[in-house]
Design a protein around this ligand. Sequence first.
Ligand code: DAK
Length: 260
Amino acid sequence: MKQFKNLLFENQDGLGILTMNRPAALNALNKETMDELCELLTAIKEDPAIKVVILTGAEKSFVAGADIKEMLPMTAAEGQAWGRLGQTVFNMIENLPQPVIAAINGFALGGGCELAMSCDIRIASDKAKFGQPEVTLGIIPGFCGTQRLPRLVGKGVAKELTYTGDMIDAQEALRIGLVNKVTTPEELLPTAKAMAGRIMQRGQFAVQMAKVAINTGMNTDMETGSVLEASLFGVTCATEDKKEGMTAFVEKRKPAFPGK
Ligand code: DAK
């Protein structure tokens, strides 16, 4: 795969490890990084050999937000285009066929917190820090943070974090439901990899359909979501994975999913 300036990517036997790699700026998201993410995510989406992706950051930060120095001179039109680019890239992550686990090693602030929230599952090191500090800069979250944060932690807590710009630690993020798990820094990647490994043992098409059902269902009403779920369940019934999974259960053995 192509080499990028601000990203590292490695395919470890079907597990994609994507590392935000601009440590001199605490991995802040500039336009160049966002364009690279767009290109890399398109390649990952089209690569069926990659089953699960882990997204993490190099050195002491996950992502310390959008690049403030690059945003400072932006006009209204440029700001709007920047916001749309970020929203498009984060929606690509949310809608990637493969599950994406954020392994949050350090600062996840502003656009960094929004990036983590676009992933399916968040695991944090106990050194991680979270926040939406945009109002401290005179702006509001622009990569769907005002939308994803209340959906994850509820409206009241989302408003408190967004209006105050306060930073919270990993334990508080766990308490409010912003992250799924907290580990030591040493255990962060092993924990994420172990979870990815369990997901990779399942029927991959079923995992992907579950992702579509949950994501789409969360953005619609219960009845429409239920109809979608029934339809996707029906689709999984036509797969060889379903035949193998159920046959293996009856035969009291582990399934060997063909992946179709
Ligand atoms: N942007 C650019 N550079 C950054 C940065 C950032 N977000 N965060 C850190 N850096 C740079 C620092 O400037 C410094 O560079 P040099 O001065 O050495 O050249 C280097 O990274 C190391 O940072 P520090 O020296 O500050 O490191 P500390 O450990 O002392 O402090 C910190 C770490 C994370 C507490 C601090 O760096 C910090 O407060 N950073 C800013 C965090 C922040 O406010 N993040 C939110 C950014 S705003 C929108 C689109 C997008 C957005 C909003 C709207 N629309 C289009 C509508 C998103 C906004 C944001 O994300």
